[in-house]
Ligand binder design. Structure first.
Ligand code: SAM
Ligand code: SF4
Length: 323
């Protein structure tokens, strides 16, 4: 479907939980996290009812997120059921990787189309400083398991922030040198508790990366459903991508909406605009529900204003939004 500005909306990020086994500094506060009650979270049955409606509106690509989606029970069953829906496109997941050793094989068997692993440093001390937990080995073990099963649809998502340095960047990009792993640098956004002043810009990073890998060339092909801009390098198997929602605003091409774990249909990362659609599952007929969802999405705002004002922004943290 298209929104009121003519943008094609074909991608939805569905948050399965606000819970997480890490506490990344820019995402979830260590103290005082008020978690949702189980009964307030959409059931898998409700997600599947909504998924059918989204697909009928042309929103056929799904990303499962959270919190940490793999802490929710039976995620792989949900993926299997989603993949059975007529007209479904890609079903992908973004995970911190801590539970990949346990669930990686089941994820592959469920038919997942891509696995994004969020990982900011390969230095165990820095990893613990960023995430609050000493679990780097688990993440690396999980990535190894995916590679051992010849799973080639892996991306690493890094939020590069100081004090990460050249060595951290070099170690991270080395993961994609000979492996089928694209590395993407996501500029930290001023959402919730994040301090965006510490973030690296794409320009700074590209300079560092070119000093390691040599000159880059712009990769013109399409990869996935996101706004990343990719580059290729000689003698480097994968691609390196950048997502910068502030300096390289991509709102005019925004193709996405978000469904929170409670059923709030969120229209823009920055604003709290949207509506909780869970009650409509029970109060409206299928056709009425489709029309209702269509009307809500039609009013997606034109752009965010992250770089100008933080006053109107959604006050939630990223673990409650899903990234
Ligand atoms: N726990 C899963 C994970 O880490 O991939 C899924 C949820 S997490 C909120 C989704 C993505 O949002 C992660 O790649 C994370 O690094 C990113 N993220 C969290 N807070 C952010 C912020 N303030 N700015 C930019 N990206 C952020
Ligand atoms: Fe958890 Fe992902 Fe947020 Fe880190 S970024 S605290 S792993 S939800």
């Amino acid at each position: 479907m298209r929104d009121s500005f003519g943008r094609k909306i074909d991608y939805i990020r569905i948050s399965l939980t606000d819970r997480c086994n890490l506490r990344c500094k820019y995402c979830m506060p260590e103290e005082g996290v008020k978690l949702l009650n189980h009964e307030d979270i959409l059931s898998y049955e409700e997600i599947l009812i909504l998924a059918k409606i989204f697909i009928s509106l042309g929103i056929k690509n799904f990303k499962l997120t959270g919190g940490e989606p793999l802490v929710r029970r039976d995620v792989c069953n949900l993926i299997k059921e989603l993949k059975k829906l007529e007209g479904i496109g890609e079903v992908t997941i973004t995970t911190n990787g801590v539970l990949l050793e346990d669930y990686g094989k089941d994820l592959i068997d469920s038919g997942i189309d891509r696995i994004n692993v969020s990982l900011d440093s390969l230095n165990p001390i820095k990893y613990e400083k960023i995430t609050g937990r000493n679990l780097l080995d688990k993440v690396l073990g999980g990535i190894k398991l995916l590679l051992e099963h010849d799973f080639e649809k892996i991306k690493i998502n890094t939020v590069p922030m100081r004090p990460l340095d050249r060595e951290d960047i070099e170690n991270l990009i080395n993961l994609g040198k000979d492996n089928p792993i694209d590395i993407r640098f996501i500029k930290v956004m001023p959402i919730g508790i994040a301090n965006s002043e510490l973030g690296y810009s794409k320009k700074e990073l590209l300079q560092i990366i070119e000093s390691i890998l040599g000159k880059s060339s712009h990769f013109d092909g399409k990869k996935g459903n996101g706004p990343a801009e990719y580059y290729s390098f000689q003698n480097y198997r994968s691609n390196i991508g950048f997502i910068d929602a502030i300096d390289n605003k991509f709102c005019s091409e925004c193709n996405r909406i978000r469904l929170s774990a409670t059923g709030f249909l969120k229209l823009c990362l920055y604003y709290d605009l949207g509506e909780n659609i869970r009650p409509y599952i029970y109060s409206l007929s299928e056709n009425e529900l489709r029309e209702k969802i269509k009307d809500i999405i039609y009013n997606k705002p034109l752009m965010h204003h992250m770089n100008e004002s933080l006053i109107q922004r959604d006050k939630k943290n990223m673990n409650q939004i899903g990234g």
